[in-house]
Design a protein around this ligand. Sequence first.
Ligand code: DX5
Ligand code: ZN
Length: 218
Amino acid sequence: MGKLSASILSADLAHLADQVKLVDEHADVIHVDVMDAHFVPPLTIGPIVVAALRPHTDRTLHGHLMVEAPEALFDELSEAGMDVVSFHVEAVADPAPVIAKARGAGMGVGLTVSPETPIESVFPYLEDVDDVMVMSMHPGRAGRAFIPEALPKVESVRGELARRGLSADVEVDGGVKLDNARRCVEAGANVLVAASAIFQAEDLAAAARDLKAIVEAA
Ligand code: DX5
Ligand code: ZN
């Protein structure tokens, strides 16, 4: 069953709980972009805001860690109520111990690849992760254009998972809109991340509902 993940980066963060409540009927996951001003320029959201949001939704909270030292945040994020963390394969020298540390902190774990990174870089770890997130935009901000070269990477990792009898989630993150969502799903994604397509829409709930309908039909 496909899932919709609502990225709060484009939400009105002064009213975060209310914004999340508007969409979480249709969004299975709330995607939290954690950026440290080093791995990518902006400084965004950390454990304190995650803890504040946690009582307001029972949806999975998935942290997308665009930070240089993801393992340094695991304990605090877990205590704040984060359910799953994904970190960038480009950010660490050896993903294996970092994956183990996230599990040790009690969270699900995934790997993320930036647009310039070959998808094969996550293949050695597929047995150990719950999630592979393929970025279809350069990380750092919401609202950038969708990079279609992400789609063959989605196909490739979905094929490799199937070949090994694995069923990890495959996500597409970046520039996902109503007009490209179906292509992402057809390529093998079962989770679509969307920020501006949901939170910049006139009717947030309707935008989430329409995207969910596409990924659900997968
Ligand atoms: C970008 C973030 C994305 C972003 C998606 O660095 O990782 O999750 O919020 O934004 P949209 O859906 O607006 O392209
Ligand atoms: Zn993200």
